[in-house]
Design a protein around this ligand. Structure first.
Ligand code: GLV
Length: 368
């Protein structure tokens, strides 16, 4: 356990919010703000979290919950808990070990790590450092050759699925990044694209916005989803859907899973909260593909609510990054352990000995 983690643990980090507070003290302001921020007025960011209060869990009693199990499968892969790691870029900003620490933490917790296209460690180096289950998040570059090259490398390196982000035709406006002039310090790069998709030299405001508008393609459509499926044997997961009709279309296009998500409130600021969107999407999809969700999960009760509303598993981004910032790999494990413990307690109190018993009847929208 690192020294930082030792100090932080002395402070008794009992909740994900405690980890955020500890990370806020450790991180440079620009990095903390980059991770924390939502778009514009941060309505979607707040809504993601607040929306969980709209649901009640109608717990069962007199069920044997002496040995609760959080284990499940996602796309056939066994995971010890229904909490996977969302893709998040630039993790060496949060901790020197960056994506390697997060991938190793996820592997030790027996869950799935998703590597962002814009990682600060290359997909090959992450694969060499961690033999746990890994997915690769993909953005579609204007240069489709570059996109295909990323896909081929992810396949070769043993990534088990491609997570295509579909909610980012352009980057939402993150005011803090503009104010701080978000950039990568010398020595840190978008490691997967080194020498292939150059960093813009002259830009104002956020490097992220400048880089994405230089290289990502806002004209991507369903045709590109079909193209992606045609060039890979990996399962394709679409991340960033909130509408039931888009979800049904995704199923018709043959995608293996959907991540119901508004990109952590970082894109369209008037987007619906992810958990509300999940409820509607689950009804439309009706079991035809696996559903995941992310956005606003901050405790085990939230995870159980999402499972009851139809998620196979949830994904967490910021929560794990706070752990990463506080203690590298040990911090990632600590946050996952914390969430797993909270989920187990929620399951026990709700009369759910396993995740399959988190059925739709467990959850209702509050009437007042
Ligand atoms: C990138 O995907 C971000 O949300 O910062």
């Amino acid at each position: 356990m690192g020294e930082e983690m030792g100090d932080a643990m002395d402070e008794k980090l009992l909740t994900v919010d405690d980890f955020e507070e500890a990370a806020r003290h450790l991180l440079p302001r620009a990095t903390y703000s980059y991770i924390r921020a939502g778009a514009d007025e941060e309505r979607a960011l707040r809504a993601n979290r607040e929306a969980f209060s709209a649901y009640e869990l109608w717990y069962r009693v007199l069920v044997d919950v002496a040995s609760p199990s959080t284990a499940t499968t996602v796309l056939g892969r066994h995971v010890s808990l229904p909490i996977l790691i969302s893709p998040a870029g630039y993790q060496r900003l949060a901790h020197a070990d960056g994506e390697i620490a997060t991938a190793r933490g996820a592997a030790r917790a027996a869950t799935i790590f998703t590597l962002s296209t814009v990682s600060t460690v290359s997909l090959e180096d992450v694969a060499a450092a961690s033999d746990g289950a890994k997915w690769f998040q993909l953005y579609v570059y204007k240069d489709r050759g570059l996109t295909q090259w990323l896909v081929e490398r992810a396949e070769r390196a043993g990534y088990e699925a491609l997570v295509l982000t579909v909610d980012l035709p352009v980057v939402g406006r993150r005011l803090a990044d503009e104010r701080h002039g978000f950039h990568l310090p010398p020595g840190m790069t978008i490691a997967n694209l080194e020498g292939r998709a150059a960093m813009p030299e002259d830009f104002e405001g956020s490097l992220l916005t400048a880089y994405f508008s230089a290289h990502l393609d806002p004209s991507v459509t369903w045709k590109d989803v079909a193209w992606l499926r045609s060039i890979t044997h990996l399962p394709v997961i679409l991340k960033g859907i909130v509408r039931p009709d888009d979800a049904s279309r995704a199923v018709d296009e043959g995608v293996e899973a959907i991540v119901v998500s508004n990109h952590g409130g970082r894109q369209l600021d008037t987007a619906p909260a992810s958990i509300h969107a999940l409820a509607e999407v689950a009804e439309a999809v009706d079991g035809r593909c696996e559903l995941l969700m992310d956005g606003g999960i901050c405790c085990g009760n939230d995870v159980l609510t999402a499972l009851a509303l139809g998620a196979r598993a949830v994904m967490v981004g910021r929560a794990v990054l706070w752990g990463l910032a506080v203690g590298g790999e040990e911090g990632v494990i600590a946050v996952l352990d914390l969430l797993a413990g909270e989920l187990r307690r929620a399951m026990v109190l709700a009369g759910c000995p396993d995740v399959a018993s988190a059925s739709r009847d467990l959850v209702r929208r509050r009437s007042s």
